[in-house]
Design a protein around this ligand. Structure first.
Ligand code: FES
Length: 322
């Protein structure tokens, strides 16, 4: 018998069993695309993208690592090849290793895994710092510490006081902020304050009091945490105005004219040992009523120009915390 006829002439030319193509990479790519689109338009799309990426990524990795885990990859059915008449049946795979034989890990698999592993590692080393520096900063060290702006007697009832304070005393004057504070008296035996941010909700310019600041009665005080707080009482304020594009607000912070898209942001507050502490800021769509009885429609703090309610509110991208 001619020994050449015992060997499949196609062996070693790519006819060995190949893993079945899967849709996992496609699903993974769709998930990544949803994440990027969701970051811009909607949290729901973002969550769907994360779920798709996790599921398809897991399935893809599970399939790709089958050979390394000693599992047989599902194989495509091999197309039948017609052999010339009289040719002995060809051998399509090698013999099973006999007892005591060493089963060697193929060099090609080792090189493939090493190349993929090193490539992935280099990719992570190159992209992680870039991603970290571009994405993380808006998400860390945000928020508003509690700021002591004075004793509650320093705020006469039904008059706005312009209070300026240092958001971060360690950063100095560059961190100085302004709040408009009105003591509304008591509501059910609890002190009530209206505390408005001076940040215009059109594009962020500093809003001014439409009234006379009584500079002669200004007081500066060092409060907790080495903060330097200045309080300037005002004569009867008729609302607030923005010098940049003419936005106008009433004494509750409601927009009355111009391009702003909602009411002025407000501060949370608490009274501790008779002192007024400012807390986090939050956004407001509008306010019904006035003073202690006002009904305030509150939202998570939004950026200038950002709608917080209605259909326009759904169109804004996911925002980092402020
Ligand atoms: S920034 Fe205030 S009206 Fe434009």
């Amino acid at each position: 018998m001619n020994p050449r006829h015992d060997v499949d002439p196609h062996e070693g030319q790519g006819t060995a069993h190949e893993p079945t193509p899967t849709i996992w990479p496609v699903g993974f790519a769709v998930g990544i695309a949803c994440i990027f689109v969701g970051l811009i338009i909607s949290k729901i799309v973002l969550v769907v993208g994360v779920v798709l990426t996790a599921i398809f990524g897991f399935l893809w990795i599970r399939d790709a690592t089958r050979p390394f885990r000693g599992e047989e990859a599902p194989a495509e059915p091999e197309p039948s090849r017609a052999l010339p008449p009289g040719t002995p049946a060809a051998r399509t795979s090698g013999p099973d290793p006999g007892q005591g034989e060493i089963v060697r890990f193929p060099r090609s698999k080792f090189l493939e895994a090493t190349t993929l592993g090193l490539g992935g590692l280099i990719g992570v080393i190159v992209t992680a710092p870039v991603l970290g520096f571009t994405v993380l900063p808006p998400f860390i060290k945000q928020g508003h510490p509690k700021i002591d702006v004075g004793a509650i007697e320093d705020f006469p009832e039904n008059k706005f006081v312009i209070a300026t304070y240092l958001l971060k005393p360690e950063d100095g004057e560059v961190s100085r902020r302004t709040a408009y504070i009105r003591n509304n008296g008591f509501l059910d035996e609890s002190p009530s304050f209206t505390i408005l941010s001076n940040r215009c909700v059109h594009l962020g310019c500093p809003v001014q009091v439409n009234g006379l600041p009584l500079d002669d009665e200004a007081k500066t005080e060092k409060t907790a945490g080495d903060n330097v707080v200045t309080r300037i009482p005002t004569a009867a304020a008729a609302g607030f105005g923005c010098p940049c594009h003419g936005g106008q607000y009433d004494t509750e912070g409601n927009r009355t004219a111009g391009p702003p898209v909602r009411a002025l942001d407000r501060y949370q507050f608490e009274i501790v040992d008779g002192r007024l502490l400012l807390g986090q800021t939050f956004s407001v769509s509008d306010v019904d009523g006035t003073g202690a009885e006002a009904k305030i429609h509150t939202y998570r703090l939004a950026g200038p120009g950002q709608h917080v309610d209605g259909p326009e509110g759904w169109l804004y991208p996911v925002q980092p915390p402020r």
